[in-house]
Write a protein that binds this ligand. Structure first.
Ligand code: GSH
Length: 202
């Protein structure tokens, strides 16, 4: 593995940066300046034709994109229990698909409204969507410290990353005691801070 292409304020990059720290892989980071449009350059599009970060680049020049695939591959390389070699992998994948298809899109409406100031977003519809999925997550975490099994896995990192913007973007999380307890454990990790220089200031 050669390097990670990231933009540090991105929740999807945060997943890869956290796993980079937690596994001790410590791959060099190459910052792709999204506000300046660096993701649209021919050089970057050769790494990921979608024009999105994060990207994991290998020493032979090949690449892997999609944050959840990247973090599972990194944890596998490091033989880390974040991606255990058991049937729990399918449960982890379940939560990672849920994150990408439902949870992050629900949270992203708050990011669109509060960070990117898109006034056209229907926040009543956004709240309905958010509460639908937050209730699923909160119920699952009732009596559990982690999403899958008895220890932190890449599932927790995938689902928690978008919560980097919980305060700045006013996610309605007050009534979700289990999510708040679980998230506090993740936010207390050194890896969370290392991969999260100052998102609340956004
Ligand atoms: N499904 C992708 C999403 C990646 C993504 O949306 N990346 C954003 C930053 S969080 C990006 O690069 N946006 C730049 C653009 O679309 O121009 C993943 O999980 O890696």
């Amino acid at each position: 593995m050669k390097s990670l292409h990231v933009f540090p304020a991105s929740p999807n990059a945060k997943k890869a940066m956290m796993v980079n720290h937690l596994t001790g892989l410590n791959l060099p980071l190459e910052v792709v300046n999204l506000p300046e449009g660096a993701q649209k350059s021919p050089e970057f599009l050769a790494l990921n034709p979608n024009g999105k970060i994060p990207v994991l680049e290998f020493t032979d020049g090949s690449t892997l994109w999609e944050s959840n695939a990247i973090i599972n591959r990194m944890a596998s390389e490091a033989k880390s229990d974040l991606w255990p070699a058991t049937m729990d992998r399918y449960d982890i994948l379940r939560w990672q698909f849920w994150e990408a298809c439902h949870w992050t899109p629900a949270c992203s409406k708050y990011i669109g409204r509060h960070l990117f100031k898109r006034d056209s977003i229907d926040m009543d519809a956004a709240a309905l969507d958010f509460h639908k999925y937050a209730a699923v997550l909160d119920d699952h975490l009732d009596g559990r410290d982690w999403l899958v099994g008895g220890a932190m896995t890449t599932a927790d990192i995938s689902v928690a990353a978008i919560l980097a913007y919980r305060e700045a973007c006013h996610y309605p999380l007050t009534d979700y005691a289990n999510i708040n307890r679980w998230f506090a454990s993740l936010a207390a990790l050194e890896a969370w801070s290392v991969a999260n220089p100052a998102p609340q200031a956004a």
